[in-house]
Design a protein around this ligand. Structure first.
Ligand code: HEC
Length: 431
C-alpha cells in the first residue's frame, strides 16, 4: 500500500503543511469579540470542504483533471489563500483564511483560553485532512482516490467535533457549545453562578459557558451548536443550561467556599469577637432548655440554632415566594443546590460551615438573582424555615434579625437523633 516514495511524499507534504501552519500563525491577533466569529468562519469553511468532497463522491465530477481540480478546491478551503499549497486557478468554496487560518487565529489568542486544547486538537486533525487531500491528488487508482477522500471526511469530522460533556475535547462545535467561544460579539455576559431574571445574557464561569438566557417573551435564538441539559424559567428569562452545568456548579461552589472562608477569617480577626472554638455543637444543645440556660452555656445571646415555630411558618412563605424556583419545593435543589436534608447537611459539615457562614450566605447572596432584597425579618424567618427543614428543633427564642457574634462558633450539621419526615431526603416538614 504505502511504498517508500509515497511515504516520503507524505512526510514532505506534512512538513509543507506545518510550514504553512506557521506562516498562517503570523496573522494579526484578533480580539476576544472576534473569536466567536472566527470559530463560525472556520465551521463554515469546514462545511464548504465537506460539500466539495461529497460532490466528488456523488460522481458529479468527471475525468482525471476534474478530480484533481475538485480535490484542490477542497484543499484550498482547508489551507486558505496565504498558504503555499493554495492553487488560485482552482478557486475556493471557503473564505480567504481557510479552516487553518481561522483555527490559527484562535490559537494566536492567549494560550490559556479554556478552548485552546480543543483548537490544538482541531489543528492536528486538520493536518491529517491536508495529507489526505494531497494523497488523493497523487493517486493513480480511482479506488485509492476515494479512500483518501473518505479519510479526509473522517478527519474533518474530528476538526468540527461535537458538543460533549467535556467541552475542551469537542473540537470547534464542542468549544462553541460549552465555552466563552459561544458568546457572540457584543452579547452581555454575567457570572454563570447566578441565575439571571433578565435576558438575553450569557453566563460564564472560568471561561466555561454555563447557560444562555433567552427572553421569555420576544424569543431569541438558541445557539446552533448547543445541547441543552436543563431549562429553568426565572422571571422574564428562560435559562438554557449547557452540558457544562455540572462543572460550573462545582466551580461556583469552590468560589463560594473561598469567599466564605474569607468571611470567617474576617470575623475572627475582629478584636473582642473571638469566641470559644469548642462551643457545644448545635446538635447537643437541648432545645427545650430555658433560653437563659443556653445563653449561659454559650456566653452569648440565645440558643445558637434557635427559632420559633411561628418564624418557621412565616419563613415557609418567604421561601415559596423567593427561593423555591432555584432550590425546589422540597428544598432538594433545582438550579441551585439542596438547602436542606442529608445532601445539604453533609456538604455543610464537610465544609465546616458555621451558623454565621450559613446566615451570611443567605442574607448577603440570596436570592441569588436579587441578593439582599428581603427585609431583616424575612431573612430571619427564612433562616428559621431552613433550620426547621433541616430538623433543628424550634424553641422560644426567635432567630435574630441581626448578626449574632456567637454564630461564628456554632457548627452546622446533621442534628443528633433527628427524625426526618422525609427519610429519603432527610428533611423535616414544618409542623
Ligand atoms: C436564582 C436562583 C436562586 C434563588 C432564587 C435562590 N438561590 Fe440560593 N443558591 C442558588 C445557587 C446557584 C446556589 C449555589 C451557588 C452559590 O452559592 O454561589 C445557592 C446556594 C444557596 C445556599 C447554600 C447551599 C449550598 O450547598 O451551597 C443556601 C442556604 C441558599 N442558597 C438559600 C437560599 C434562600 C434562603 C433563598 C431565598 C431567599 C435562595 N437561596 C434563593 C440559587 C438561588
Amino acid at each position: 500500500m504505502y511504498d517508500e516514495d509515497r511515504l516520503k511524499r507524505t512526510f514532505a507534504l506534512t512538513l509543507t503543511a506545518l510550514l504553512g501552519l506557521m506562516l498562517a500563525g503570523a496573522a494579526p491577533p484578533s480580539t476576544a469579540n472576534d473569536d466567536h466569529q472566527t470559530a463560525l468562519a472556520a465551521l463554515a469553511d469546514i462545511e464548504a470542504v465537506r460539500a466539495e468532497i461529497i460532490h466528488i463522491e456523488d460522481s458529479q465530477v468527471v475525468g482525471h483533471g476534474g478530480y484533481l481540480h475538485a480535490a484542490h478546491r477542497a484543499l484550498n478551503a482547508v489551507v486558505g489563500s496565504d498558504d503555499k499549497m493554495y492553487a488560485a486557478a482552482d478557486g475556493t468554496p471557503g473564505d480567504a483564511s481557510g479552516v487553518l487560518g481561522n483555527v490559527d487565529r484562535l490559537l494566536d489568542r492567549r494560550d490559556d483560553e479554556i478552548w485552546t486544547p480543543a483548537m490544538q486538537g482541531a489543528k492536528a486533525n486538520l493536518l491529517a485532512v491536508i495529507v489526505n487531500l494531497n494523497d488523493a491528488m497523487h493517486e493513480k487508482q480511482m479506488e485509492d482516490y476515494e479512500t483518501d477522500l473518505t479519510e479526509a471526511l473522517a478527519n474533518l469530522a474530528l476538526v468540527s467535533g461535537r458538543p460533549s460533556e467535556d467541552g475542551v475535547l469537542g473540537g470547534l462545535t464542542g468549544a462553541l457549545a460549552n465555552t466563552s467561544l459561544g458568546v457572540p460579539p457584543g452579547a452581555k455576559t454575567v457570572s454563570g453562578c447566578t441565575v439571571p431574571s433578565h435576558a438575553p445574557v450569557y453566563g460564564i464561569v472560568s471561561g466555561r459557558l454555563a447557560y444562555v438566557a433567552l427572553p421569555r417573551i420576544g424569543g431569541g435564538t438558541i445557539p446552533l451548536e448547543m445541547s441543552v441539559s436543563r431549562v429553568v424559567v426565572n422571571g422574564d428569562a428562560v435559562v438554557l443550561y449547557t452540558q457544562q452545568a455540572n462543572h460550573v456548579a462545582e466551580l461556583c461552589r469552590q468560589a463560594r467556599q473561598d469567599r466564605s472562608r474569607a468571611v470567617r477569617h474576617d470575623a475572627v480577626a475582629v478584636p473582642g469577637m473571638l469566641v470559644s472554638a469548642n462551643a457545644a455543637p448545635s446538635s447537643l444543645v437541648a432545645h427545650n432548655a430555658p433560653a437563659a440556660l443556653i445563653a449561659d452555656a454559650t456566653s452569648s445571646s440565645g440558643n445558637p440554632a434557635s427559632y420559633t415555630v411561628a418564624q418557621a411558618h412565616a419563613g415557609q412563605a418567604v421561601f415559596s415566594a423567593n427561593c423555591i424556583g432555584c432550590h425546589g419545593a422540597n428544598l432538594q435543589g433545582v438550579a441551585g443546590p439542596a438547602v436542606a436534608g442529608t445532601e445539604f447537611l453533609t456538604t455543610v459539615k464537610n465544609n465546616k460551615w458555621t451558623l454565621a457562614d450559613l446566615r451570611s450566605l443567605v442574607v448577603e447572596n440570596m436570592p441569588l438573582n436579587n441578593p439582599g432584597t428581603l427585609t431583616p425579618e424575612q431573612y430571619a424567618n427564612v433562616m428559621a424555615f431552613l433550620l426547621a427543614s433541616n430538623c433543628y428543633p424550634a424553641g422560644s427564642v426567635p432567630f435574630p434579625q441581626k448578626d449574632d457574634p456567637s454564630f461564628a462558633s456554632i457548627k452546622v450539621g446533621p442534628v443528633a437523633g433527628a427524625q426526618p419526615t422525609d427519610p429519603k431526603l432527610g428533611t423535616c416538614a414544618v409542623k
